[in-house]
Design a protein around this ligand. Structure first.
Ligand code: MCN
Length: 757
């Protein structure tokens, strides 16, 4: 019987729960020096001078460097041709600083904590410039600009605002329009950023960096250091969460490597939580104007999404996020007309990057809010309006007006099953009773339907991933993968996939990743691509290994390959009808190395979908929100390990709910971060959320032999609008139509006051 689809316990956990992981900051190389960054304390200023002399006189200080000392190319922005190339970030600021937290200098010390004191003594003379903190202001003509050579703050545009149709909403009986905020949030992984770097006598660099893909990290490091990729080895120790923000390498990583080369000894860096909250890329940060029009019977006839993306001070992946938001703009709906445009601007804030969902949660949040605004305007049940406008079920690929090719979907079933599981009618009854009784605590029911894209990629010939499977003479096996798990459990599932084919027990299979010398190619882990590409590659490599083994077994047993049967339970080939004449995979490996490297190429990205129902209680006197329930359907095609997939859903839903009612990165008007500690950034804990009710649904994809789509980000896509809509739904009769996220007690209270006049 196949173990695929069964709840195999994570094989990673015994080690994490007993001896613990080995993180970058746990590594100890002899003679290592410590790098401490001096970060800008102002949001926008010209640097008159940087004086490190006082720091150099401190005990333990070996060296101090400024931007002028670095003989390195500028960090180039990602995706040339899309994002303005003149907006690159120097690895250490030179003439101008553009956000609080931007690295300006480094102090290098013998001991770890000596650097913190010495860094305080680095004297940076700033000549302040006007700070542009608000993205709307940044986009306005006449605003101060971050890059005078560019002449505006626009980093990228997607679609042409001038081409928006005047008559898009012609014929609509009702049109609702609103500007809503998809606020900036912090990825806040448990493990902050870190690096250890050492150069060997031949001038080759080894860098240990917590990341989401060693190969991509090697590429960005090599580019920043201006050296050949062959001269770089990246090793990925255990990674304590990443959430999209550890893809590639950051300027700090390159600087640590440069310091090690300059001083001729290993260098290390691990940031504090405070540094992490201002220095690691943030996520989301969009201002969206939604316009939705349709008939009073609930049919939506037109939808428009206009996006303003805050890319932060230096455009990175964040500037590109709107492309994904636009791709997914109409979500699972069959809107006859839809259009979307976006502008990404720079502001004097921390750069924005990928954060779990990266562009797709923003699309779902916009359209799901729009549907609710429309439903409220025409006085209809939001569940009905959704059901009326969803695309009908399809098994053949469906191409949207925005060029997305949805592989397979049944959005109506997802919604109706979620509503059934939640007991929607009963919930509405309970709500009606509370409303009638004018209870102080009202309940709100919020919905969201979504479809998202996983495994996106622009590789020629389609997204791909490689895997190597080797069987050893002792009957064990090793898998090398180009993915890079950091909480997703690939060691368990990749072993399940190989075991299922080869009959080698799980505890005899070792999965390795994250060493560019061992695995030179790989796409890493992001965009929930890993199972559908990397897992599929493991299955393919295992199958190809069996083909090789069959040939060898035939030679060794002197029979035709076609006369052999593979006995999975025994992990051996035997002659058909004569089971005693057999040879095991281990036996074959004893004679000659038995391994296969396979590259799996998928037909294209897949489009998981689902529906979430959130139930909240809102105290109408204090504005306090309690999340009572989230019922979710997250259909990721065939599920290979339900335990892991559910774990991903629970984590994602919590993270997404936190965006709806708690988390936000806040700056003051001068660009000073007000949420640079966990005392100020209201990070979600298990205490704020109930256990989520996960309903199973599997609509397989034909794009890979596993039938699997991605699940890693689904929770953050479906839950956020459901929770936000629930909070607003609770307050509908009190006159509240919208509350921006996070719907904190203060915001809820203010909305109630405003509605009450
Ligand atoms: N899975 C499954 N069946 C499916 C789909 C997935 O059994 N149909 C299993 C997979 O085998 C894998 C896990 O679920 O063990 C997630 O697989 P997948 O959806 O392929 O996603 P990735 O492994 O590529 O994970 C990436 C995704 C992203 S993009 C972010 S961001 C994210 C996330 O995963 N960051 C995380 N989950 C995280 N979880 C933790 N603990 N920490 C993070 O930083």
């Amino acid at each position: 019987m196949s173990i695929l689809g069964t709840r195999v316990l994570r094989t990673e956990d015994p080690r994490f729960l007993t001896t613990g992981g080995v993180y970058t900051d746990d590594l100890r190389l002899p003679d290592t020096c410590h790098v401490q960054f001096v970060r800008s304390a102002v949001a926008h200023a010209r640097i008159r001078s940087v004086d490190v002399s006082a720091a150099l006189a401190e005990p333990g200080v070996i060296a101090a460097f400024t931007g002028a000392d670095l003989d390195l190319p500028e960090l180039s922005p990602p995706m040339r041709g899309v994002i303005n190339a003149q907006m690159g970030q120097p690895l250490l600021a030179r003439d101008v600083v553009r956000y609080v937290g931007e690295p300006v200098a480094v102090v290098v010390t013998e001991g770890r904590y000596q650097g913190e004191d010495a860094a305080d003594l680095v004297d940076v003379d700033y000549d302040p410039l006007p700070a542009v903190v608000d993205m709307t202001e940044a986009g306005q003509p006449g605003s101060a600009v971050l890059f005078p050579a560019v002449g505006s703050n626009v980093a990228a545009t997607f679609g042409d605002p001038a081409a928006l149709k005047d008559d898009l909403f012609a014929g609509s009986e009702v049109v609702v329009s609103r500007t809503i905020v998809n606020q900036r949030v912090a990825p806040a992984p448990m493990e902050t950023r870190a690096a250890v770097a050492a150069w060997d006598a031949d001038g080759r660099l080894t860098a240990w960096i917590p990341n989401q893909g060693a190969q991509g990290t090697r590429a960005s490091l090599a580019a920043m250091l201006g050296i050949d990729q062959a001269a770089v080895r990246v090793i990925t120790p255990d990674v304590g969460g990443a959430f999209g923000a550890k893809f590639g390498a950051d300027p700090e990583h390159a600087v640590v490597c440069w310091v090690a080369r300059r001083l001729g000894r290993p260098a290390r860096w691990a940031e504090t939580r405070n540094e992490n909250l201002v220095g690691m890329t943030h996520g989301r940060a969009q201002r969206q104007t939604v316009t939705i029009g349709g008939r009073r019977d609930g049919t939506v006839t037109a939808y428009r999404l206009e996006i303003l993306q805050d890319a932060g001070a230096y455009p990175r992946f964040g500037a590109f996020l709107p492309a994904l938001t636009i791709l997914m703009a109409p979500g699972p709906y069959a809107f006859p007309r839809a259009e979307a445009v976006a502008t990404s601007v720079v502001t004097n804030t921390t750069p924005v990057g990928a954060y779990r969902g990266a562009g797709r949660p923003e699309a779902t949040a916009a359209v799901e809010r729009a549907i609710d605004l429309f439903a409220a305007e025409i006085g209809r049940d939001p569940a009905e309006v959704r059901a009326l406008n969803l695309l009908p079920p399809f098994t053949e690929p469906h191409t949207t007006a925005f060029g997305a090719v949805y592989d397979s979907g049944d959005y109506e079933a997802a919604l109706s099953r979620a509503l059934d599981a939640a007991g929607y009618a009963d919930l509405r009854d309970e709500q009606a009773k509370r409303r009638a009784a004018a209870d102080v605590t009202q309940i709100g029911i919020g919905l969201s339907c979504y479809v998202e894209i996983t495994g996106p990629g622009a590789e020629e010939g389609g997204p791909r991933e490689n895997a190597t499977v080797e069987v050893h003479p002792d009957g064990s096996a090793t898998i090398l993968t180009g993915t890079s798990p950091h909480g997703q459990g690939h060691a368990t599932v990749w072993a399940m996939l190989a075991s299922d084919e080869l009959g080698i027990p799980l505890d005899k299979i070792t999965v390795k990743w994250g060493d560019t010398d061992l695995i030179p190619e790989g796409g890493g882990t992001g965009g929930s691509r890993s199972l559908q590409q990397g897992g599929a590659a493991v299955q393919q490599a295992s199958r190809e290994l069996l083909d090789v083994a069959r040939q060898r077994a035939a030679e060794s047993l002197e029979v035709s390959p076609a006369d052999l049967v593979f006995d999975v339970a025994g992990s051996a080939f035997a002659v058909a009808g004569d089971p005693d004449v057999s040879v095991s995979l281990a036996g074959l490996a004893e004679r000659e190395r038995l391994f296969v490297r396979a590259v799996f190429r998928t037909q294209g990205p897949t489009f998981p979908f689902g529906a979430h129902v959130a139930v909240v209680e809102v105290d109408t006197e204090t504005g306090k929100v309690v999340l009572r329930r989230v019922v979710s359907i997250d259909d990721a095609g065939t599920v290979i390990n339900p335990l892991l997939a559910e774990g991903q859903r629970h984590g994602g839903i919590a993270q997404g709910a936190a965006q709806a009612f708690l988390e936000e990165v806040v700056y003051d008007g001068d660009g000073n971060p007000l949420t640079a500690t966990f005392a100020d950034y209201p990070f979600l804990s298990a205490a704020e959320v109930p256990s989520f009710e996960l309903v199973a649904m599997e609509t397989p994809t034909s794009y890979n032999p596993l039938g699997a789509k991605g699940i890693g980000e689904a929770g953050t896509i479906g839950s956020t609008p459901a929770v936000q809509n629930a909070i607003i739904d609770a307050l509908g009769p009190l006159g509240v139509r919208h509350i921006d996220m996070p719907a904190s007690p203060q915001r809820v209270w203010q909305a109630l006051r405003a509605a009450a006049g």
